[in-house]
Design a binder for this molecule. Sequence first.
Ligand code: APR
Length: 278
Amino acid sequence: MGAGRGGQHGTGAAQGGQTVGARGPQKDEGSVPGADTLEDAIAKVRERLARAGHVAVLTGAGMSAESGVPTFRGEDGLWRNHRAEDLATPEAFARDPKLVWEWYDWRRGLIAGCVPNPGHKALAGLEEREPGLTLVTQNVDGLHALAGSRDPVEMHGNIWKVRCTGCQRVSEDRRVPIPILPHCGVCGGVLRPHIVWFGEALDPGILERAFGAFEYADVALIVGTSGVVQPAASLAGIARRAGAFVVEVNPDAAGDAAAVDVALAGKAGEVLPRLVPD
Ligand code: APR
């Protein structure tokens, strides 16, 4: 399959999207008749969700922002002045595995203290009601599973898993701090994080599940992602072209993306529980 990551591909501009701010009513002619306030838009999305046979959800770093996990491209995305994009690469690991592991150890320590926020819980609740829901995440923090989502499709891997660079065995490792460098208990090879780094191919089985879910979705929710990393960034467009009703949840929602029907400009932890009330 060989779908590499790191492509700079936004969702693109188009007419017809609608942004509804979380800070109050905001008249904005859009593609959803009558949905001129956040309340109306939320009611409309809930109605679509209630009718949907298949729901596909894509989450990004913004999903976990309210849990305290730093986003990749926000102000808190730097570590010791290194950008995430410069550390999460096979080249960086080949050059300086200790530095890369120190960064992951720091991230693991941060994430170990994080708990799912009301947004994660709302998505787990939605899955209870919608057996045809597929949750695809770019996040590696494992918070969806902690919130009760049964089988999230983790496109970029999981920070609590390690893979041997020798025998390729994948195992769970929750040690914080992790001894640097960590070694494989089976063959003695150096372990690396079981994460898909920039420039690496995604697992074909995972890609198939993710693309299949968005192709067949009646409603697609795109939550907390900047939409710049491929192939996740194309999922909304695939769903929209196949006829899905596509909803974006992001405080910086632009509402003019080709792949979005409604953009709810608010935080995942505040908006999602309103889409999926108890
Ligand atoms: N709720 C919803 N969205 C939010 C919130 C919030 N509380 N806070 C921030 N956001 C939005 C930001 O506006 C931004 O659009 O989340 C998005 C986060 O963007 P990125 O940090 O670029 O994260 P993401 O899109 O997940 O990045 C994709 O890139 O570095 C790699 O592997 C890494 O999985 C990651 C991938």
